[in-house]
Design a protein around this ligand. Sequence first.
Ligand code: AMP
Length: 572
Amino acid sequence: MSLSVELKDLEDLTSNAKQIQDDVLKEILTLNANTEYLHRFLNGSTDKDLFKKNVPIVSYDDVKPYIERVANGEPSDVISGGPITRFVRSSGTSGGKQKIFPTNDKYSEKLGYLMALSSLVISKHFNGNVSHKGKKMGFLYNRLETKTPSGLLVSSAFATYFMSDYFKNRSSKCNLEYTSPDQIILCIDINQSVYCHLLCGLSQRDKVVGVCATFAYALVQAINVLQISWTELSNNIRSGQVSEWITDLDCKNAVSTILGGPNPELADVIEQECSHKSWEGIITRLWPKAKYIECIITGQMAQYVPTLEFYSKKLPIVSPMYGSSESLFGINLDPLSKPQDVSYTFVPDFSYFEFLPVDHEGDIVDLVDVKLGCYYEPVVTNYFGLQRYLIGDILQVTGFYNATPQFRFVRRKDMVLSVDVETTTEDDILKALARAALVLESSSYMLMSFTCYADISTCPGHYVFYWELKAKDGKDVVELDEKVLVECCSALEESFDALYRRFRSHGIIGALEIRVVQQGTFDSLMEYFVSQGGSIAQYKTPMCIKSSEAFALLESKVLARFHSEQSPPLEF
Ligand code: AMP
């Protein structure tokens, strides 16, 4: 089941985008013509014009009842003509619950293909073809799969791929070899997995030409683990023995083989590099042949650019691809472009793509009809039952590669706070505040103003809320009740979505913090924004703070800090 991928494919795909897109739509409509969902709108027709006229543009809540019916055991053809053999769990949520999307082997095949194609492009840029000259240290993880009521597996898109035969049989020609054996990628205990990735990467330090993860945050986390565990890691290398707490036997055996016995010289080098006071450039110091970092660094991950640049002494950061649980979209054909300039070239045979102008003004257009410089929301019709599904991202057209448009990722619609891939929206924040307000009711003060940000300078990153309080009797707040404020922290966390709570309980996100600021702080904040050219009449306290001056102002007024003391329950 090995996929053959060549750079020439890219030229073929991007030169014939229009025809390929029409063929993809025809194929999908033929496949799904008799599903309960599509039949309602098309009555069995596969005509493109009728599709555009009759099939509505939808969001998750519109298709959720159909998806849930299949998840609960009804046949696939409620929504999909092809078999639904598993579900992909997305990081987005609907009504506080994670979304799941129907899928089958074809998704893994396409993801494998996309990864291989992207690897080829990257290899070509770094030293012609590095694939014969080194390895990638990849912080890649599997996550525990769950099951739907009918017994179908649910997992993240990447876990789906790692568990598939397409990953097992991937061609080494396309995918640069990893320093970690597959057993480590497949291990579902993330702590054991990251430790073993590091051990394998360190013991093959002279072979590492690229350091990669799917999303940037996973790399930052791996460096954090290195910072905590380097003595233990170097001891393992010195003795040739893996720590006892690595109990996953497949992992342990695979790592032992890589270690191959005691290596005190290497252990000395690692200890020497890691005991420097500053960790600036630690990646290039420990892996001197590394030429690039590879991870998705656009969108909500852009916040990690400075951290990764610090650790890597500004190695190029390659953001390889753009995709989602609903569909894969495109790859970056210019790996050396700076994170802020990255564009993704859509790959036209993955799904049928349409583009809705932002603010929904103007007609929805086909992939090849988007206009340079314009902003759009992608709408996807995929092979697994989604028809005209609004993804919720905003993209800008930056150019064309052959006949295929390239897009810059502008932002996720409605996203305000994020540490990892979770998406906390304005709505989520307002709901969480309403919950915390109930806790405050029992106290002698009330919340006057707030703002928040994701603090990623801590390890792990965490959400910070600045609160200005006022005593209910109108006087100054003299004493803060610690118990109430800690409870408010918990109330905020309990209200966040399932993914936030899961990340929090796994230690991927740290305890939420409330920083109480002096009275009058938010007036000063407004004065600051107005002094920058804003108008008082239009001023709204920003829900999330981004400006460093505003941030410094808030910090100078902090009276006290409170943290939640336990992870929120996973389910209610
Ligand atoms: P998920 O369905 O959980 O895989 O999340 C998909 C979402 O992650 C997309 O809709 C984007 O908002 C975001 N995403 C994925 N790839 C990128 C990328 N290369 N740049 C920016 N955001 C991305």
